[in-house]
Ligand binder design. Structure first.
Ligand code: MLT
Length: 216
């Protein structure tokens, strides 16, 4: 894949190995935890453990600063993305995941993204641009990062989308469009709707937990 000379150590991150699962946790999945705007590498560690306790956790901090808030890519306004930057950051993150899998000895083919908001958006972008990197994804309140010119081959990749009917940032039609694009790419998409807004709630966690435990 790409490389622009950066290595995984350019990403501030936390890695927590799998608790069980044999030597070096190689047989356990790894959750790639991607925080929302203004978050950091600690934000989703507990959520990751709640979702799939046996998994390893790799949690990078977004490398873009909006004022003082870390993000995974630049935006021009709320919901208006700097798509060239998003694409470049997506490849950079994919490189990071590959380099981290070698460094920490986890199986790259068993990486499942868990992203919230900005983190879910770069995970969706990674599904579109680097389809071999993720074995699955849990997307909490994602938008359509961009519409790919060519759909990737996501044959049977399991993807869980959680969306709130009262989300002031992500419209119902955005969620539906993303689910449709992923389905048309061959992914196995489950969309869970609740009545909440743009935040991860208990119901999100409960339903994602059940889904993840079936596919992991
Ligand atoms: C956010 O605040 O993170 C946005 O709603 C999503 C994004 O900018 O990627």
């Amino acid at each position: 894949m790409l490389t622009n000379g950066q290595t995984f150590s350019d990403f501030i991150h936390r890695f927590i190995p799998a608790e069980t699962g044999g030597q070096g946790g190689e047989s356990s999945p790894t959750l790639l935890l991607l925080h929302g705007t203004g978050g950091n590498e600690y934000d989703l560690l507990d959520l990751g453990h709640m979702l799939l306790p046996q998994a390893a956790r790799l949690s990078p901090r977004g490398r873009v600063l909006e004022n003082t808030m870390p993000r995974f890519f630049r935006r021009l306004a709320e919901g208006v993305f700097d798509v060239p930057d998003l694409r470049a950051r997506t490849y950079e993150l994919a490189d990071f995941v590959q380099a981290a899998s070698q460094h920490y000895h986890f199986e790259q083919k068993r990486v499942i993204a868990v992203g919230f908001s900005n983190g879910a958006n770069i995970a969706a972008s990674m599904l579109f641009l680097c389809p071999g990197i993720l074995a699955g994804a849990v997307l909490f309140h994602p938008m359509v990062p961009f519409v790919p010119e060519q759909l990737p081959d996501l044959a049977l990749t399991p993807i869980f989308i959680s969306a709130g009917r009262a989300d002031p940032i992500v419209t119902v039609s955005q969620t539906e469009q993303l689910a449709m694009l992923l389905q048309e790419s061959g992914a196995d998409v489950t969309t869970h709707w609740h009545n909440g807004g743009h935040a991860i709630n208990h119901e999100d966690i409960r339903v994602a937990q059940i889904w993840l435990r079936k596919i992991a």
